[in-house]
Ligand binder design. Structure first.
Ligand SMILES: C[C@H](O)[C@H](O)[C@H]1CNC2=NC(N)=NC(=O)C2=N1
Length: 173
């Protein structure tokens, strides 16, 4: 139970949903502003933070008992994929991010770099290239119809690629 003076209620895992689909995760901020509230918590709870996604590897999604994660669990991982939006498409949670590239072929180069990463991870995003220079990537685990840790690992690794910088430097074929 994490009480906040600011909101005067239990805010552990609270999500404030402004008028768009971007979720703002309050917990880290409340941790910063209300750290004195945490002194009474056992050490483990005070510093219980998600594992470091960038160092993990995606695992095969052929486990029969694979289940999509709950929305509140997804929010504990969002701070590690802060450029991504968490969207809920008719009950299916997905990670989504969009970029504008300079040309159609740059968009394809963008996809090629992401495809190499996806093949290495054995986990694959949905790639959209629309209106010739708008790239959108959506990541979710098709095998269970929702989000698993694999999706967050892939999202974190895509951000680490620094794609716009990479395709800017590459001469167009
Ligand atoms: C065995 C292997 O893990 C599966 O076929 C993978 C391949 N890539 C995948 N990618 C995504 N996004 N969802 C899946 O369910 C999935 N399944």
């Amino acid at each position: 139970m994490v009480r906040s003076l600011l909101f005067n209620k239990d805010i552990s895992g609270t999500v404030f949903v402004p008028n768009n689909s971007l979720y703002i995760y309050a917990f880290p901020f409340s941790l910063f502003f209300h750290h004195h509230l945490f002194q009474h918590l056992p050490m483990a709870e005070q510093y219980m933070m998600p594992t470091c996604l960038i160092e993990k590897k995606c695992v095969p999604c052929n486990l029969k008992e694979l289940r999509p994660m709950d929305e509140d669990v997804a929010h504990t991982l969002m701070p590690q994929v802060e450029k991504w939006n968490l969207v809920n498409e008719s009950g299916v949670l997905k990670l989504r991010q969009s970029w504008t590239v300079k040309s159609f072929t740059k968009g394809l180069e963008f996809f090629k770099i992401v495809a190499n990463l996806a093949e290495n991870e054995g986990h694959h995003p949905d790639l959209h290239l629309v209106n010739w220079n708008n790239v959108t990537i959506e990541i979710w685990t098709h095998a269970c119809g929702g989000l698993t840790e694999n999706d967050f690992i892939l999202a974190a690794k895509i951000d680490k690629l620094n794609l716009l910088e990479q395709i800017r430097r590459k001469p167009s074929e």
